[in-house]
Design a protein around this ligand. Structure first.
Ligand code: AMP
Length: 421
């Protein structure tokens, strides 16, 4: 028990944290390029926020939340996604009073009681974007192009961008009735989840993974045929913008959400080499969500990308960068009495901004040289009894093998000059 973490969690160890830093750095660069600013919200919120903000007929809310009572008997939930929390923060901190739209991004852990498998965890990380306050399709195109730009910048080229429109509270009820008419005679053949979806959320039957449900969905009416004029114009506007930006897409009628506050654009980005867990990004418009959470009716759109999935894809395609663990100087004290001088040099080097380390294990000279080569270190600064007596250091260039006796200050200057070149 004490030596294994909870099921579905994973440690990010030093040999891979560099890859996370690389992906996070790339995310920040792309967000800066698109003028999105970071928001950091707590990892737990009042459970009520997610019941409202995700919808109590969704799998997440029905089956996957980590919910508990705190010591004051309040119901608390570890965030399973971050849109609802960003909307809560937008309202609480009156971000609507600043220049609009409000363009935000976040990176952080999310928690879902999912069935763990490759690419699916119980604690996983998402990078997401929320653009709140703009109505027209151009912000949809911007949000989608940000996701595509990030994945391309990381080197992932075989991307499938799928888009759809889920309509709005004006046109969706018509579609809902058509769908219920379509499934009416076969409800008993659908899986138990879809049988309950039939009444509560029939659009969700269309994206059920169950083969029988997929068969019975063949020939179902299309939302696109039921869109009102506004939704239809929005969807064709989005397609024009994506085409103008040179972004390839396909329309996928199975991309659905079905809750009232999800409106118009729904999209997903798949990276097919990932196989079963090929969805790397999911997003859409949520024009009813802010009012649902207690604000003035305000449009919004966003997406979330699973960082573990992106890393899996990068690993699969051999696109992970070389992680550099090089240091400039390894300080090698020879004997206990030289340690104070060694530590003094180490402090001076670090203070000057030079990456340095020293031996803390009283190793032999040979073992210290071997250790220094592991980083690898560019220089080793040896301090033996002779050097100590002369107040000097023997600096060995690990690339050329040359050695030079010098004092501490000269050594720091020499390394700094070398770094400037
Ligand atoms: P969603 O919030 O369900 O739309 O998911 C957005 C993205 O988060 C997905 O496309 C995945 O890349 C990722 N994701 C969702 N659930 C998990 C999970 N349990 N483990 C790892 N990644 C996940």
């Amino acid at each position: 028990m004490l030596t294994s973490g909870p099921r579905g969690t994973k440690d990010i160890l030093p040999d891979s944290s560099g890859y996370w830093q690389y992906v996070e750095k790339t995310i920040r660069e792309v967000c800066q390029n698109f003028a999105y600013q970071e928001i950091r919200t707590p990892v737990f919120e009042h459970t009520e926020l997610f019941l409202r903000g995700i919808g109590d007929t969704t799998d997440i809310v029905e089956k996957e939340m980590y919910t508990f009572s705190d010591r004051a008997k309040r119901s608390i939930t570890l965030r399973p996604e971050n849109t609802a929390a960003v909307v809560r923060s937008y309202l609480e901190n009156k971000l609507y009073s600043g220049p609009q739209p409000t363009k935000l991004y976040y990176i952080g852990p999310m928690f879902r009681y999912d069935r763990p498998q490759a690419g699916r965890y119980r604690q996983f990380h998402q990078f997401g974007v929320e653009a709140i306050g703009a109505q027209g399709p151009s912000i949809d195109a911007e949000v989608i192009s940000l996701a595509v730009a990030l994945l391309k910048k990381l080197g992932l080229n075989d991307l499938n961008l799928l888009i759809n429109s889920v309509g709005c509270p004006q046109c969706r009820p018509v579609y809902r009735t058509k769908l219920q008419d379509f499934f009416r005679d076969n409800v008993a053949h659908l899986c138990s989840d879809c049988q309950s979806r039939y009444d509560r959320n029939p659009m969700r039957i269309l994206d059920c993974k169950n083969e029988t449900c997929a068969e019975y969905s063949q020939g179902a009416p299309h939302m696109l045929d039921c869109l009102c004029e506004e939704c239809s114009d929005h969807f064709s506007g989005l397609q024009k913008l994506l085409t103008a930006a040179g972004i390839n897409f396909a329309i996928n009628l199975r991309l659905v959400r079905g809750l009232d506050y999800y409106t118009k654009t729904a999209f997903e980005i798949q990276y097919s080499p990932l196989g079963a867990q090929s969805a790397v990004c999911g997003g859409g418009r949520y024009d009813g969500l802010i009012a649902e959470c207690g604000g003035q009716p305000t449009p919004g759109i966003g997406f979330a990308i699973g960082i573990e999935r992106v890393l899996l894809a990068l690993e699969k395609q051999e696109l992970l960068p070389q992680i550099n663990s090089t240091i400039d100087v390894f300080v090698a004290p020879l004997g206990v009495e030289t340690q104070a001088a060694a530590f003094q040099l180490l402090s001076k080097l670090r203070h000057a901004g030079i990456a340095a380390d020293m031996d803390f294990m009283n190793r032999s000279l040979k073992a210290q040289m071997k250790y220094a080569n592991k980083y690898p270190a560019k220089f080793v600064a040896l301090i033996g009894e002779d050097e100590l007596a002369q107040q000097k250091i023997m600096l060995k260039n690990m690339e050329t093998g040359s050695q030079e006796l010098m004092d501490m200050t000269a050594l720091v200057h020499m390394i700094l000059e070398g770094m400037e070149k």
